[in-house]
Every structure is written in structure tokens, then in C-alpha cells.
Design a protein around this ligand. Structure first.
Ligand code: HEM
Length: 167
């Protein structure tokens, strides 16, 4: 069945109850949301969706401004490297982990492709991909460095103290 019954509900024996209610045509758990709930979901989804769109735009604008700086540094790669490593460090503090960085590059490429129309070639795509791979690799280094610094900042004694308070 397509309906996702959580493992928790299942272990509590709720799954059987839901199935029984369903078979009995009951209006309890396991049924589709009622009309009031549907209206509420629809209303709230508008807000959620708009906000998610805003977040996307903010990230995209940030990426654009970073690309602007990167392109300006393409002839001074050591400056670009320093910038990208710093960016990785700041993303550690934003809790934005490296596993998502590649998606940003792919998104960026598919967004800019239509702008260049015929001028977009396989070679150009390869060039942009290379730039993103280069930058994201450096960001990952910066992220790891910030992670190491963060852990080094917590002394063994502090770690022991933390363990004690957790108990
Ligand atoms: C190639 C990948 C990415 C690039 C080039 C990039 C670039 C940037 C830049 C330039 C900023 C502006 C602030 C700063 O310089 O530190 C920024 C902020 C930020 N980015 Fe990214 N980003 C990338 C991936 C991501 C991903 C995958 C996430 C989320 C999972 C993310 C979340 C954030 C957040 C939360 C901020 C702070 C926004 C704020 O509160 O001002 N970024 N990013």
C-alpha cells in the first residue's frame, strides 16, 4: 500500500487499528485529511512555498556574487583559492555541509544555460563544471578545516566536563 505508516505506529499496534478503521469506513486515523484540514494545508503551503522560493533566490544571489568575484580572480588563482576556502569555513558555521555543494553548481549551470542560447557549447559547459568542481573542492577543504579547528578548540578537559554534565 502507498500509505506510509510509521515504524512507531506499527510497533505500537496502531497500524492494525488504522487498517481496521479504514476497512470499517471509519473517519479516524489513516484516512485522507478532512476538508478543513485540506483548506489549512493549502493555505499554509502557499506561505511555505513562497518562503522556500525566497531562500532559493537568496542562495542563488549569493552564488552569483561569489561567481562574480571568482571570475575576477581567475587570473590570480591563489586569491580565488583563499576566497573559496574561507567560504567553505563560513559554510561550516551556516551548517551547510559539502554533500550539497555539487547540486548548487548543477543548478547554476542549468539556470544560466538558456541565457547563452547557441553560445552554450559542450566545451563551455565543461569549463563551468571544472570551475565549480575546483571551487567546491576548496570549499570542502575550508569546511573540514573549520570542523577541525572547532574540535581542537574544545580541550580534552572541556570534553570530559561536558560528558559529566550530560550524565
Ligand atoms: C557552490 C556552492 C555554494 C556557494 C558558491 C555559496 C556561496 C555563498 C555566499 C557567497 C554566501 C554569502 C555569505 C558568505 O560569503 O559567507 C553564502 C551564504 C549562505 N549560504 Fe551558500 N553557497 C553554496 C552552497 C550552499 C549550500 C549547499 C547551502 C545550504 C545547504 C548554503 C547555505 C548558505 C547559507 C545558510 C548562507 C547564509 C545566508 C545568510 O544568512 O546571509 N550555501 N553562500
Amino acid at each position: 500500500m502507498g500509505c506510509a505508516i510509521s515504524g512507531l505506529a506499527e510497533s505500537a499496534g496502531l497500524a492494525e487499528k488504522i487498517v481496521r478503521d479504514h476497512d470499517a469506513g471509519g473517519r479516524g486515523g489513516g484516512q485522507h485529511p478532512n476538508q478543513d484540514q485540506i483548506d489549512m494545508i493549502k493555505e499554509s503551503w502557499k506561505v511555505i512555498r513562497d518562503d522556500i522560493a525566497k531562500v532559493g533566490i537568496i542562495v542563488f544571489v549569493s552564488v552569483m556574487s561569489f561567481i562574480e568575484k571568482s571570475v575576477a580572480r581567475l587570473d590570480q588563482l591563489e586569491r580565488l583559492e583563499a576566497l573559496a576556502v574561507e567560504l567553505g569555513k563560513s559554510h561550516y558555521h551556516y551548517s551547510a555541509p559539502p554533500k550539497y555543494y555539487d547540486y548548487v553548481g548543477a543548478e547554476f549551470i542549468s539556470a544560466v544555460q538558456p541565457i547563452l542560447k547557441d553560445r552554450w557549447t559542450a566545451e563551455l559547459e565543461e569549463a563551468w563544471k571544472t570551475l565549480f568542481q575546483y571551487v567546491t573542492c576548496l570549499m570542502k577543504q575550508g569546511y573540514k578545516e573549520a570542523d577541525r579547528q572547532n574540535h581542537a578548540a574544545v580541550s580534552p578537559k572541556e570534553r570530559a566536563d561536558k560528558r559529566n554534565t550530560a550524565l
